[in-house]
Design a protein. Structure first.
Length: 370
């Protein structure tokens, strides 16, 4: 799969921009504030309907504009697909696929695949559980687009239970809470099992890449820890997991009433990443952490290529500057044959061939091929 053209209007610093990238490696050059990361963010937005910088949608709209427009066309083995998104400065975005209104993320994920690696991806390893849950959920959605609806249903039920707790506190009706507990347990076990399936599918690829990128050092494993229920065995039956989640909710009821929020469940779970048998978050060096983070993204790329029989678009936003020379060389050796976007302030940091473009606000200018 590759992006054939991209159009932006009032997106970040770009008042108007058009570019037709090549199907191979595209290196975007520019200083800080030139807008190169914003171009990559727009490409990512077309595939995921979210900012890979975790930015609120209103911040994507150029200052002084009422809305941002992002349009692009992707070509793959199944043909072409045109995605258009209008992002208002206030309110919800509107999405069209091939000129028809789209239902949401699941419909886009079924047609478009993209993997992005960012400097902040070190947070995948170093920071709190939310970053790892988000990574695994995103991978699950791209592997099984129906997972987007499962996650949406769980999040809706969670919001409604939390709204009841905030409003009523200790006066909340026990029978009503019991209904929500059962609902969250049923939906939660679906979300958790999708995560376990995604982790099992990617684990071998991550370990292989950790060895390649790290020069043969280290190993990789993962452990899933459910909030309130402890370690979760991937072989655990769905009904057993649902019962454990329901029991955990009952056990946490007093704490929930006191704190007026749901304290256990899939929204609080942890995915522990182990490098060389040690917790990568607290015991690995920064170099090892960066290797694990990069291996996670590249393994996701390989897995999606295998499952969807078409290589996703790969985005590497200012990644090479964060690596030492040896790891840069290994990453270049590992770059896929499909479409790759790389942003950098210093062209010499990217020892890869392909098309090179200079980016400025509202402009992407080709400067030749290396």
């Amino acid at each position: 799969m590759h992006l054939t053209w991209l159009q932006l209007r009032d997106f970040r610093c770009h008042q108007a921009l058009e570019v037709s990238p090549g199907p191979g490696v595209n290196v975007l050059l520019g200083g800080n504030g030139a807008g190169k990361s914003s171009v990559l963010e727009a490409i990512g937005y077309l595939a995921t309907l979210a900012s890979f910088r975790r930015a609120p949608e209103g911040s994507l709209v150029r200052v002084g504009a009422e809305a941002a427009i992002v349009r692009g066309e992707f070509a793959g083995e199944a043909g072409t697909v045109r995605v258009e998104v209008e992002i208002p400065s206030r309110g919800r975005h509107r999405v069209q696929i091939d000129g028809k209104r789209a239902a949401g993320r699941a419909e886009v994920a079924a047609r478009v695949a993209l993997v992005a690696f960012l400097p902040d991806d070190l947070d995948l390893v170093k920071r709190g559980p939310a970053y790892r849950r988000e990574f695994v959920d995103d991978l699950a959605v791209q592997l099984w687009p129906a997972a987007a609806r499962d996650l949406q249903e769980f999040e809706r039920a969670l919001r409604q239970r939390n709204a009841l707790l905030r409003r009523e506190g200790r006066r909340a009706d026990a029978m009503t809470l019991e209904v929500w507990d059962e609902r969250l347990a049923a939906l939660g076990q679906v979300v958790v099992r999708r995560r376990l399936q995604a982790l099992e599918a990617i684990a071998a690829g991550v370990e292989s890449l950790c060895r390649q990128l790290g020069g043969g050092e280290g190993s990789f494993a993962w452990r899933y820890q459910g909030a309130g229920i402890g370690d979760v065995d991937p072989a655990e039956a769905a009904e057993v997991l649902r019962a454990r989640l329901a029991a955990a909710a009952v056990a946490a009821r007093d704490d929930d009433l006191e704190r007026r929020t749901t304290t256990v469940g899939a929204h609080r779970d942890e995915v522990a990443l182990l490098s060389g048998g040690r917790d990568a978050r607290t015991r690995a060096s920064q170099g090892e952490q960066r290797t694990v983070a990069l291996a996670l993204r590249l393994a996701a790329f390989d897995l999606l290529t295998e499952r969807r029989r078409s290589a996703p678009v790969l985005v590497l936003d200012d990644v090479f500057s964060e690596l030492d020379g040896e790891r840069r060389a290994r990453l270049v050796e590992r770059l896929p044959s499909g479409q790759v976007f790389i942003s950098t302030a210093h062209g010499e940091d990217v020892p890869a061939g392909g098309l090179r473009w200079v980016v400025a606000p509202g402009m992407v200018t080709p400067v030749g091929e290396r």
